[in-house]
Design a protein around this ligand. Structure first.
Ligand code: FE2
Length: 381
């Protein structure tokens, strides 16, 4: 489209800078008749002022002018990033080679020798104005392109933020469901208090000490609270029986592992998938004497082995229907003695190493503080 404008000489601005009135007026008159939008200046300083004001497409500059000469004006135009694309035609004397070299160095785009022929002037202006319009077009095109890219980038960023928000909401929803499921199981077993909060936090500390990745720690943190979800399927009178359980009752209790896995099986939520394994295997023992399958050593999933230590430690250090809580040192001694039989020996080492952190967690989640129970968001920050 802009080519059509050039052919018709529409909107092509030409500035004539010449101190000789006769020559300048003749050029102005001729170019106006040709259809150009013509401006003029009588010297270099005025010429530069008009260049900045008018932003012409082509400037015809007489080399010989008092004050600022043609070369200086040409340099001023070409050294300014705003005006560098303006086509500059330097008008010089015949065969003035030295001036031509200076003009080229100053950035002049073309030359005309005085006296010049009208067809030559027309041809040079036409050629330079086309180049100028083409450069303008490219500049506008680039700016449009950049604006487009910026807009697309901003749209993408907005879409990304929306997705992230949706992801956060889904995660929060998943975690709240997990928390409430775990709470539901806890209500069956009213002596467990902050049990699930402590278990989750003990597990996190063990996992951190093992150097597991943040994602893995996150998984364990949010799935371990569901380890006893299967208790929902165990009669309350057995769960809360104050005396020792008989063989039959013990067998019923053991079923909470299978029931838990059944409740959680088939989920597509990553936390529930991991929780299914933990629920199923958290009563397996390192020497193979655990339940429900008697798995041995590393055949027992790592997260279940970690949860097992946290679970037993917590059971030992809290009041139960059949006994009072043991002290932390007594409980740690028992854990130590159960290394290689009940527990993974490496995990026992880690657990004993982080004793101070374990004590801290125990003090943070005291069952006596049940009245000021923490919200799920405080528990799952
Ligand atoms: Fe259990």
């Amino acid at each position: 489209m802009f080519w059509a404008g050039i052919e018709k000489l529409e909107n092509i601005k030409v500035l004539v800078v010449d101190d000789e009135d006769e020559v300048r007026n003749a050029m102005v008159e001729f170019l106006s008749q040709e259809g150009y939008d013509v401006y003029y200046a009588k010297n270099g300083i005025e010429g530069l002022k008009k260049v900045l004001e008018i932003e012409p497409d082509v400037v015809l500059i007489d080399y010989l002018m008092p004050g600022m000469d043609g070369i200086s004006l040409c340099k001023a135009i070409k050294n300014n990033s705003e005006t560098v694309d303006i086509g500059v035609i330097l008008i010089t004397g015949v065969d003035d080679l030295e001036v031509r070299i200076k003009g080229l160095e100053a950035g002049a785009d073309d030359f005309l020798n005085k006296p010049f022929l009208i067809p030559e002037l027309k041809a040079r202006i036409r050629s330079l104005s086309k180049i100028k319009k083409y450069r303008d077009f490219l500049k506008t095109y680039q700016e449009t392109l950049e604006a487009e890219v910026e807009k697309k980038t901003s749209d993408l960023l907005k879409a990304h933020l929306k997705l992230q928000k949706a992801y956060e909401e889904i995660k929060e929803l998943s975690l709240e469901i997990i928390y409430r499921l775990a709470k539901a199981a806890e209500y069956k077993d009213k002596y467990t208090g902050f049990h699930i909060q402590r278990i989750s936090t003990y597990c996190v500390k063990i996992a951190e000490s093992l150097g597991l990745s943040k994602d893995q720690i996150d998984l364990l943190k949010y799935s371990s609270p569901l380890h006893d979800i299967g208790k929902l399927g165990i009669p309350e009178k057995i769960l809360t029986k104050p005396g020792t359980l008989n063989k039959f009752e013990r067998e019923i209790i053991k079923k909470h592992t299978l029931i838990g896995a059944k409740i959680l099986e088939g989920s597509k939520i990553k936390y529930l998938k991991v929780a299914e394994k933990i629920a199923l295997f958290h009563h397996e023992k390192w020497d193979g004497s655990g339940y429900p399958y008697g798995l041995k050593g590393t055949k027992i999933p790592l997260f279940a082995r970690i949860t097992a230590i946290a679970d037993v430690f917590d059971a030992l250090t809290t009041d139960r229907p059949y006994r009072k809580a043991l002290s932390i040192s007594e409980a740690l001694e028992i854990i130590k003695n159960l290394s290689r039989t009940h527990f993974d020996p490496e995990l026992v080492k880690v657990f004993l190493k982080i004793k101070n952190q374990i004590v801290e967690i125990k003090n943070t989640f005291k069952d006596e503080d049940l009245k000021s129970e923490k919200s799920f968001l405080e528990f799952f920050p």
